[in-house]
Design a protein around this ligand. Structure first.
Ligand code: AMP
Ligand code: GLY
Length: 422
């Protein structure tokens, strides 16, 4: 089989790496990919960006299956466009991808289908938004409606911060069209988990649970980022909680999307807040795999990924099971100087060779310039390791991270701390 993976991050490197191990794969293309996918045997990068160009490529190369990594092409209708040409592609159509591309759509959908989430209201008028904040008080959360690459959420601990966020989004147009509408919601307390499943329109296959770490610095300090590390499994998701999430969140999405005439096909990621009394609330939906959650999840996946995606495309996910390495996988993101505000590019990256099959260095923001590996984005690498427990996985990931060099690399040393406490 020839497979095309769309995207250029650590998530896509991990996906392509796992797909390449399938005995059913003859060739993997990643578009546009990064230096890591370029350097893998049997993976080829294709520098395409437009949906029409990707369609032409899929037709001319006889691609059997395309898998979409990031949210932007999904919201732009890449799946609709591929399907119109009868090309096999795994991901939701744009109408279903609104669960991620519009926070207001997601909140209305949850409200219509009794999916637990924080109480909210949506605004386009700054004065009404300011009045709502004054009435509610802080802490409170302000979210840009549209896609904002992880930068559209302000968790305001004071009313002043919330008012400033409203002015930034609704008055000064600081987030562009993504922030022309805002959702304001109640602040939730608890432990977060990433609950990711595959859906074929009718059936659900849950992937292993995971947890990521959004803040830049140890002890969850510093600014929010796209994710500084992740691990799987997440012990907070007990079997009871798992069943509850399936019943209260995932099944209602599946049924609601079917009823709306836009059955959901693709990876669905529910970002959850789990309170100490085990009640769950959905913080957000993503219509794709998480990054960096995918890196540890792919390290643990033992089933043939090509076969799983094929079942998802055929509507037969009920006929297949997934199997997982019982060990913990843990990924540490090595970020560039200046991340997340203004990451520096062009620093030389040196990764010493290592032959331990329990570690893999997934690339994200890397490029090869004159045969030299250099930083090319905020999150540069995700060093992912397997271990008998979270501590051992982290030790191996840290040891490997220490040996990788580039100027002023930033990384957390406490990834997985909730799982290493006991
Ligand atoms: P989102 O993109 O909506 O998941 O928000 C990004 C991050 O902001 C989440 O991972 C949480 O850490 C935080 N967050 C979002 N919504 C809330 C909320 N209602 N209460 C507390 N924290 C939140
Ligand atoms: N790690 C969070 C995300 O992929 O959105």
């Amino acid at each position: 089989m020839k497979i095309l993976v769309i995207g250029s991050g650590g998530r896509e490197h991990a996906l392509a790496w796992r797909l390449a191990q399938s005995p059913r794969t003859s060739k993997i293309f990643v578009s546009p990919g990064n230096a890591g996918t370029f350097l893998e045997d049997s993976i080829e990068n294709v520098p395409l960006h437009e949906i029409e160009d990707l369609i032409k490529f899929a037709i001319s190369e006889n691609i059997d299956m395309t898998i979409v990594g990031p949210e932007a092409p999904l919201s732009e209708g890449i799946v609709d466009a591929f399907k119109a040409r009868e090309l096999m592609i795994f991901g939701p159509v744009a109408a279903a991808a609104q669960l991620e591309s519009s926070k207001d759509f997601a909140k209305q959908f949850m409200s219509n289908h009794n999916i637990p989430t924080a109480e909210y209201s949506t605004f386009t008028e700054p004065n009404e938004a300011h009045n709502y904040i004054s009435a509610k008080g802080a802490p409170i959360v302000v979210k840009a409606d549209g896609l904002a690459a992880g930068k559209g959420v302000v968790v305001a601990m004071t009313e002043l911060e919330a008012h400033e966020a409203i002015d930034m989004m609704l008055v000064d147009n600081g987030m562009g069209v993504a922030g022309a509408k805002v959702v304001i919601e109640d602040f939730l307390v608890g432990e977060e988990a990433s609950f990711i499943v595959m859906i074929d329109g009718e059936h659900v296959l849950p992937l292993a649970t995971s947890q990521d770490h959004k803040r830049l610095l140890n002890n969850d300090q510093g600014p929010n980022t796209g994710g500084m590390g992740a691990y799987s499994p997440a012990p907070v998701v007990t079997p009871e909680l798992h069943a509850k999430v399936m019943k209260e969140v995932i099944k209602p999405v599946l049924n609601g999307m079917k009823d709306a005439g836009t059955p959901f096909v693709g990876f669905l990621y529910a970002g959850l807040m789990i309170a100490s009394d085990q009640t769950i609330k959905v913080l957000e939906f993503n219509c794709r795999l998480g990054d960096p959650e995918t890196q540890p999840i792919m390290m643990r996946l033992k089933s043939d990924l090509v076969t799983l995606v094929e079942h998802a495309l055929m509507g037969t996910l009920n006929k297949v099971e997934s199997s997982w390495d019982l060990r913990t996988a843990l990924g540490i993101v090595l970020a560039a100087k200046g991340y997340p505000q203004s990451p520096r590019k062009g620093d030389v990256v040196i990764i010493p060779p290592q032959d331990n099959a329990d570690v893999h260095v997934f690339h994200a923001g890397t490029a090869l310039i004159d045969n030299q590996l250099v930083t090319n984005g905020g999150r540069v690498l995700c060093v992912t390791a397997l271990g008998e427990n979270a501590i051992k996985a982290r030790d191996l990931a840290l040891e490997t991270s220490d040996r990788i060099s580039f100027a002023d690399k930033q990384y957390r040393t406490d990834i997985g701390y909730r799982a290493t406490k006991n």
